[in-house]
Design a protein around this ligand. Structure first.
Ligand SMILES: [Zn+2]
Length: 73
């Protein structure tokens, strides 16, 4: 086991509509793995550089966004 495959978290319940369809949003240039995960509907790609207002979760049912990425230092 040398591959360090990223395991996306389970979809989170949306605080707005209540469906468990909140996917983790990833920012920046995705690698091949990120692209594949996004195609499989396991994560979302935020595209733009991450900012202080960038949400961590987005609901695929209603589009609601919430949460925050912890700043890495
Ligand atoms: Zn929702």
């Amino acid at each position: 086991m040398t591959s360090k495959q990223y395991r996306p978290p389970m979809p989170q319940p949306c605080p707005f509509c209540g469906k468990a369809t909140g996917l983790e949003v990833h920012y920046g240039q995705p690698n091949q793995e990120g692209v594949e995960l996004a195609k499989e509907g396991k994560i979302l790609l935020g595209g733009c550089p991450i900012g202080p207002q960038s949400p961590k979760w987005q609901c695929t049912a209603c589009g609601n966004t919430w949460g925050k990425w912890e700043a890495k230092k």
